[in-house]
Design a protein around this ligand. Structure first.
Ligand code: HEC
Ligand code: HEC
Ligand code: HEC
Length: 420
């Protein structure tokens, strides 16, 4: 009797093993099948106004550089190569590489037709017809014809950079998600999408939040078993900390932060924030309680949007369903408890100052000021006082509620080490 049971169990195990092998074989053979999708017959304009609009979208609104930029920064050329190591995320999605999107014919997108780039951006279908992963096409699916063509015009204006990027190394789990259509292309855009009329309206705010920027991506949770956003709780906060390995991180930072709940929930979201409190947060990173947001929140760039656009975003955020969900506070790396002096000052600078002042204080979009140049003209006490009080009219936030006296001293010590 015992023997028979054991024998049966053995056969069952063997059967399961064969099934698994068949499944792995099937997934490996069929995960990268192209989808049938027509190429839109669209031509990008070449005029300077369109290129300027594309540049605004690339740098300030949609912030493509968060992934595609050289060193994931806003400057430089998008010649690719950055690594998305997703082996430890959820079930493990493998290793993905950011492609070269300069107009180089061999290694970039120089051979792509305008319509093929439009299809990739809005529908997430690559030149070879395969669905794109990580690229936020779910967001860009609603970009207007005018805006998506401006982006194409801007991408074409970069000089071609030759840079071969390694092929992706998707895990078997990622391949299975492609095979079973969980990771898939976005819906086909069949009709003309007009740009909504700009103005302080919910409609314009929705367009900016849901399609022309990444607010929704950073502020929403991802189902880590499938890599897809939970659609029923968008904007109620992320579950993927910025600063750790993964998508959407501009630089290695000593702090880890989740996109916060920005639905109108009074307790856990921004339901009680007035419009002017909201504007302070998204323009200079200052919360209603006076503390400053860490630089993973790209307020340095969002702050460059026209004021009425941000007021429209506020209106839209007030109109979405309130979700009661508490997001964990910023996690500070070991350096904050163990570091001292200049070392800790550098970490504080990377966390709070770099987003506006640039790498080593050499300047970034909100200020061209080179900190190394002014540091020698001001004594320590005056510098500490300035940083602590800030100058909101110039877009310099005050850090009195955020940094202790010691921390102010550390960051000033770091500024003293900067070279021109
Ligand atoms: C969160 C990171 C991220 C952001 C933000 C992002 N991309 Fe991508 N993009 C990727 C990844 C990853 C791929 C490769 C997808 C694949 O091969 O499956 C890609 C692919 C592309 C491609 C196709 C290149 C090729 O060779 O397949 C183009 C063109 C592109 N992105 C342009 C843009 C533009 C323009 C923006 C902003 C409007 C943008 N991307 C924003 C991550 C990103
Ligand atoms: C690259 C990711 C990213 C993008 C894009 C982004 N945010 Fe954030 N945001 C964050 C992170 C991370 C925080 C939390 C920072 C902290 O706690 O110090 C944050 C914080 C905030 C806060 C403060 C909330 C609070 O309770 O303290 C507001 C408001 C906000 N973001 C609005 C926006 C809006 C509006 C947009 C689009 C225009 C946007 N964010 C785009 C990552 C992002
Ligand atoms: C939201 C963007 C922003 C952030 C964040 C920010 N700054 Fe500034 N900072 C500015 C701007 C804008 C100026 C004014 C530049 C000018 O005068 O043109 C400035 C000016 C300064 C000056 C020059 C003072 C002078 O007398 O000219 C110092 C020093 C400085 N910041 C240090 C810091 C430090 C240290 C941090 C982080 C703890 C920080 N800033 C964070 C935007 C920012």
């Amino acid at each position: 009797m015992m023997k028979r049971v054991l024998k049966m169990l053995g056969w069952t195990a063997a059967g399961i093993l064969v099934l698994i092998l068949l499944l792995v074989g099937y997934v490996s053979a069929s995960w990268d099948k192209p989808v049938e999708r027509r190429i839109p017959a669209m031509k990008a304009p070449r005029d300077s106004a369109s290129i300027a609009r594309g540049q605004f979208l690339y740098q300030t609104a949609a912030q493509c550089w968060q992934c595609h930029g050289e060193n994931r920064g806003p400057g430089g050329y998008p010649s690719g190569g950055a690594v998305e190591d997703l082996r430890d995320i959820g079930p493990g999605f493998g290793i993905w590489y950011i492609p070269n999107i300069t107009p180089d014919i061999e290694t970039g997108i120089g051979s792509w037709a305008d319509g093929e780039i439009v299809r990739l951006l809005r529908e997430g279908v690559k030149k070879d017809g395969r669905p794109a992963f990580i690229m936020p096409s779910e967001r860009f699916n609603g970009l207007s014809d005018e805006d998506v063509l401006s982006l194409v015009a801007y991408l074409r204006s970069f000089p071609p950079v030759k840079n071969v990027v390694p092929p992706h190394e998707p895990s078997i789990v990622a391949k299975a998600l492609f095979t079973f259509g969980i990771i898939k292309a976005q819906p086909e855009v069949k009709d003309v999408i007009p740009t909504p009329a700009p103005g302080v309206t919910v409609e314009w705010g929705k367009y900016l939040t849901a399609h022309a920027s990444l607010c929704m991506d950073c502020h929403s949770a991802v189902d880590l078993s499938t890599g897809q956003f939970y659609k029923d709780s968008l904007l109620s906060g992320g579950n993927f900390p910025f600063g750790k390995k993964g998508p959407g991180q501009p630089y290695d930072a000593p702090t880890f932060a989740f996109g916060k709940n920005i639905t109108p929930d009074a307790e856990t979201g921004i339901g009680t924030w007035t419009e002017s409190q909201f504007l302070d947060a998204v323009r200079i990173g200052v919360r209603p309680d006076g503390t400053v947001l860490v630089g993973h929140m790209p307020y340095a760039y969002i702050g460059l949007w026209p004021e009425n656009d941000l007021r429209a975003v506020y209106l839209y955020l007030k109109s979405v369903p309130a979700v009661n969900k508490r997001i964990p506070p910023v996690e500070f790396g070991k350096i904050f408890s163990e570091g001292r002096g200049v070392v800790l000052g550098a970490a504080i600078f990377d966390t709070y100052c770099k987003t506006c002042h640039g790498e080593a204080g050499k300047g970034a979009p909100p200020t061209k000021l080179v900190l190394a140049e002014i540091a020698n003209t001001i004594d320590d006490a005056t510098l500490e006082k300035f940083i602590s009080q800030g100058q909101p009219s110039l877009r310099m936030p005050g850090f009195t509620k955020t940094l202790s006296k010691d921390h102010l001293g550390d960051v000033v010590a770091y500024i003293r080490t900067l070279k021109k």
